[in-house]
Design a protein around this ligand. Sequence first.
Ligand code: GLU
Length: 337
Amino acid sequence: MTVITRFAPSPTGSLHLGGARTALFNWLYAKNQGGKFLLRIEDTDLLRSKNEHKEQICDSLRWLNLNWDGDIVYQSKNVSEHVKIANLLLDKGLAYKCYCSVEDLKKEKEAALKKKIPYQYSGKCRNIKEPLSDKFVLRIKVPDTGLLKLEDRIQGSVTVDYNNLEDFIILRSDNTPTYMLAVVVDDYAMNISDIIRGDDHLTNTFKQIIIYNALEWKVPKFSHIPLIYGPDGSKLSKRHGAQSVLDYKKERFMPEALNNYLLRLGWGHKDKEFFSVDEAIKLFNIEGIGKSPSKFDKIKLESVNTYYFKKLNSEQVLNILSPKHKQNDSKKTTCFN
Ligand code: GLU
């Protein structure tokens, strides 16, 4: 089976190191397997999605030489398909209309808080036969009992009890799909064989598998990469010296250096430090991705950059330092739909 991976950023901000590493791993794995690497812009959140972020993400990927195959897929263009699938699940009795108001849900949450138990939707609209109003959301019916097992290629075998998953929303009351549904419908439509992404998506994955199973669609292989943290173990941020990919470009970092640094941040091959693109493609594998979180180290990144800088000839150095290089920074390309 052809390996097809994807990078699926939401254009609600710039591309940072974590996202760039996810893109790199997906790109390398596709290349290693002789497969395809696709780009899907998840722009269904119309309020927070911005064209400038789409541009920035595409420019960052191009600068890193992580070129995608085929055309960019814009999730917002597939909304009618998402809605169709939500209604198919409703027709099959695998999803239901939930008429609970914000107030109803607030009451449920307060009751759970009083009992000191984690809140999850009670499922009280599951068996309503006659429509109560034309304002409703669609919720998927999570199986009542049993265990859901995920064989993650990095995390190993992870199991969750269906009892601990609520009937989650797949279609909002304004007829827009939730991320949980849209991502499954699009991954299926794009024939994605392998989903490689941050382990902050692990709980989403269980919900997504429930949708795959309900539709009797083949579940792709999942690999959840441990996140990158700052040296103090807290969430990676600017104060650790981490910035957007294009900020590194402005600071004259070399894309080869950033890729090499990100590759080694969470993946290893013996104790080899430096990899040409061809070597990285040849050697990259999921087995080499570690299970523990990585720590960002700006000094290390700078030393990798120095290594690559020293390999340049004088003409290449002049080119990087010339004002022309700077002009390229502001060069506009169109990537938004
Ligand atoms: N759009 C999601 C994000 O930017 C990623 C979705 C996915 O990889 O499944 O976090």
